[in-house]
Design a protein around this ligand. Sequence first.
Ligand SMILES: Cc1ncc(COP(=O)(O)O)c(C=O)c1O
Length: 413
Amino acid sequence: MTTDHRQFLSRGGAHLHQSAIRRMGTLAARVPDVITLAAGFPDPATFAWTDLRDIAGDLLAGTDASVLQYGPTRGYGPLVEAVRGVLDSRHIHVAPDEIVVTSGSQQGLDLVARVLLDPGDVVLVEEPTYTGAISVFVNAQADVVGVPQDEEGVDLDALEATTRRLRAEGRRIKCFYVVPNFQNPTGLLISPARRCGLLEWAARHDVLLIEDDPYGVLRFEDSAVEADTRAIRADDGEGRVLYLSTFSKTLAPGLRVGWLVAPPVLAERIDTAKQAIDLSTGVLDQRVVYEALRRGVIERALPRLRQHYRAKRDVMEQCLHESFGDQLRWRSPRGGFFLWATLPPGLSDEGLLEHAVARKVIFVTGRAFFVHEDVHDHIRIGFSTPTPERMREGVRRLADALIAAREPPAAQP
Ligand SMILES: Cc1ncc(COP(=O)(O)O)c(C=O)c1O
């Protein structure tokens, strides 16, 4: 007799939310020679191979057991100090007991959900939003409610109206999740006024903001954008904001090192939750990241990374203009990895994907970034990983797919 393992699943285990982006990864692996415009990965061409080889070699050359030993849950002490320095440069000034080093900011989100959310609590999100965050909040059995946004960021009137409606229904709103800088998936940079409005909203309604900032330092323009990427946490005088960031986009995501900033009481709870999950972020990974910070590897890389991804954005936009004319519309991203394109009327993201897969090119359907809304007129195009040649070919295939998706189905004989 075969065992039905599904019967052993918990309710939570049976209803886990799969990331749409990971699903695209599985699809990509199944289609040979597929060109992926779906990924949000850093470009492997930017990896600091020589520096990382030197660092890893130095760390493993001796017999300093602490390099391979268990470490404190909060993080390797010198790395916590170095992260404080990184935060200072972002105008966020915190004490060490407000920092927890995490296994990527994805784990940071999960930890925050674990300590803040009871089943049925409301988490508000800007829509569209990062699918990985939707998964975390759904898996915590929270009620995730989307609030629309325009070209400046979340619509504050809609936020206020949603808050009042939910409160009138007796719902407990715990937090609002926001990616203010070069959002995944829209590439949007939220305006300073909206950032300020969000802080005021949080204070007025006594709720928290979860600010997720993996892309802020990857800006394509100089000083003007630097001021515009100022973290919401930098202006938070009340402890309303939990701030998350990562070394995934600036050093290497395989190292799985990120961090979060939370008021001491919450940081302590998060530390306790993390003890039960992984005891600590990989110690060797943390040591590598610390050395990369100490030796100035990341600092030196930043101008190059900005220039690199800016050039990739430019190539992608040029390819899209050439292949699509004015059929696709998008707002040029001023940083980050993503371009959010609106399809011509009458075309659906899923319909287009079907034709795209047949032509061996993939993207992420816009629908994946909405919680409940059945919106099908956007696609997310990642420009960070493909080479210019692959971009050109991928966009050409995508344009063919668009033509095919528009053609009426052939009449049956
Ligand atoms: C908005 C956002 N948050 C968090 C993450 C997770 O990053 P990490 O590699 O640090 O876990 C990503 C990764 O793409 C992201 O886009």
